[in-house]
Write a protein that binds this ligand. Structure first.
Ligand SMILES: *Cc1c(COP(=O)(O)O)cnc(C)c1O
Length: 389
């Protein structure tokens, strides 16, 4: 029962008798909670994780409804919900390293994981090695005596490189190394890293889970022991827990997560099909396209691929990339993804025009996010914009 998506989304943790049988859960917008005796207060001071509600920075009833749903969806014992995906990255990594430790990370993870590895952690004598995550041996070869953490992001959210989660988790366990994956691309519905042996799984809930481009949030799932460790220290010390209102928005987002993903996945396959057959496109990168180099692994460990894809137009100038992106009427030029609206984000926008090399396919990469619009509506727009370059 606990694995049934419909049950988790619609019923789990909704004790409606507690709130006047309201169908939608209330936003318990309070900072603190009242105690009627010293003993309960004392016990809660000693253990906020297991104790009563005391202060919304640690626990809140609206947030707890969301926690139970997200943990169940991801197949984990427990979770913490944070005020951004970046704070989920921060808390989960920091909880698993100390001075002198070494991290093996997949190459090119999300930018704020990069900043943590390269700028923040070196101040505390924590070192790292990046590896091409497509080969399991690379993780083994990069592991040192002081490696305590392997950091994964599969698929990566720009080039969509995958890592073999089961094989890496198996290796990490044999060395007593903690594994963390950023699972934002797949959502808890399309990839179950805990079932493959991964210890901690995090998401930018800003993306598909919230789903409406109206809030920023994150989530970390794992065993109760690992989640309690993060809660007791990194979460409470950084004070990065989510607000009751934003938690309520995520509960609302979850109601439609499954159908939004279904719709987005169907539309994306149609868009991919159109783009693959377009004469001005050199390559389309999408994990559930049979021509994707790791297609076999993708279909083995993922049950869907959602709406992110990257296109590489045939040799074009910087100005052509700019003209293409601005000609699109129904793809907005904006960061993030996972909402209702389709988006475009070219690699070139992060580069100075002088550094752009039209012979380098990486420089020509343009990431598209497919939202909830109709497939023909989006394809027509892409057709018109491609005609201009
Ligand atoms: C957006 C994103 C994050 C960061 O999440 P925020 O909620 O923006 O802090 C982390 N990982 C991936 C893959 C993302 O796309």
């Amino acid at each position: 029962m606990a694995d049934n998506i419909s049950f988790i989304i619609n019923q789990l943790a909704e004790d409606r008798e507690l709130y006047f049988n309201a169908v939608a859960p209330p936003i318990i917008q309070t900072s603190n909670f009242v105690f009627n005796d010293f003993k309960t207060l004392r016990e809660t001071f000693a253990d906020e994780f297991s104790g009563e509600y005391i202060y919304t920075k640690s626990k809140n009833p609206t947030v707890d409804i969301l926690r139970k749903k997200l943990a169940a969806l991801q197949g984990a014992e427990d979770c913490v919900v944070t005020n951004s995906g970046s704070s989920a990255i921060f808390c989960s990594i920091l909880a698993n390293v100390k001075a002198g430790d070494h991290i093996v990370s997949v190459a090119k993870p999300y930018s704020w994981a990069v900043r943590m590895f390269e700028v923040l952690l070196p101040r505390f004598q924590v070192t790292h090695t990046y590896v091409d995550g497509r080969e399991v041996e690379n993780f083994m070869n990069a592991t040192q005596a002081n490696t305590t953490l392997i950091y994964l992001e599969s698929p990566n959210s720009f080039n969509f490189h995958l890592q073999d989660l089961e094989a890496i988790a198996h290796f990490a366990k044999s060395k007593n190394i903690t594994t963390i994956i950023d699972n934002s691309y797949c959502t808890p519905l399309y990839q179950k890293p805990h079932h493959l042996g991964i210890d901690l799984c995090l998401h930018s809930a800003t993306k598909y889970i919230a789903g409406h481009s109206d809030t920023v949030a994150g989530v970390i799932t794992g065993s109760r022991e690992r989640i309690k460790k993060i809660f007791d220290s990194e979460l409470l010390n950084s004070g990065t827990s989510i607000s009751p209102f934003n938690a309520w928005l995520l509960i609302r987002g979850l109601r439609t997560l499954e159908i939004r993903l279904q719709r987005i996945s169907e539309t994306t396959l149609k868009v991919v099909d159109f783009l693959k057959n377009h004469p001005k496109i050199e390559r389309v990168i999408y994990p559930f396209d049979p021509d994707f180099p790791q297609y076999e692994l993708a279909t083995k460990q993922m049950t869907g691929a959602g709406g992110l894809l990257t296109i590489i137009p045939k040799s074009v100038d910087y100005q052509d990339i700019e003209r293409f992106c601005l000609s699109l009427k129904n793809f907005l030029l904006a960061v993030s993804w996972g909402g209702h609206e389709s988006l475009v984000m070219p690699k070139a926008a992060g580069m100075n025009p002088e550094d752009y090399d039209k012979n380098n396919p990486e420089h020509r990469m343009i990431r598209l996010y497919i939202g909830l619009e109709d497939a023909d509506f989006l394809i027509e727009d892409l057709k018109n914009a491609l005609a201009i370059i």
